[in-house]
Design a protein around this ligand. Structure first.
Ligand SMILES: [Zn+2]
Length: 141
């Protein structure tokens, strides 16, 4: 891993626990992702409005329409869930806790963060969560 010799940390920054991460890089990736998701959500809303039925629909049309609505809803929900993860990650950058697992507070690791910069958990906790051994507090109900 490449590490900058020159530090650009603020002089009053004393409580950095994790290995220095390229925060600016992660921040720009996250901001970009946030824009994409936001645009995706807007599109989904526009699409949902546009697909509103005009006049009378026969039964087949109605089935298609409600299926489409459901798809858009699912898509929107997923976008929304990821958007809140991205926002939470940006908040953690601001609060200088970015890169720490929300569950066990150990360092998540640069490689994992590069793959999924909005992740909130280390790989161990993520796996335990998927098995249902621990609770995912960030999951949107
Ligand atoms: Zn963890």
């Amino acid at each position: 891993m490449r590490r900058n010799k020159k530090t650009d940390l603020l002089p009053n920054e004393t409580n950095v626990k994790a290995t220095p991460l390229p925060l600016q890089k992660f921040e720009s990736v996250l901001l970009q992702r946030q824009r994409e998701l936001q645009q995706g959500l807007n599109r989904t809303v526009v699409q949902a409005l546009k697909s509103a039925p005009e006049g009378t629909l026969d039964t087949a049309d109605q089935a298609v329409f409600s299926y489409q609505k459901e798809m858009l809803f699912t898509q929107g929900t997923q976008h929304h869930a990821q958007l809140s993860q991205v926002r939470a990650a940006l908040r953690r950058i601001a609060e200088e806790t970015f890169g720490l697992c929300l569950h066990c507070e150990s360092s998540i690791g640069g490689k994992r963060l590069e793959a999924v910069p909005w992740t909130s958990f280390c790989i161990d906790c993520q796996e335990r969560m998927e098995k249902g051994e621990i609770e995912d507090r960030t999951r949107v109900a």
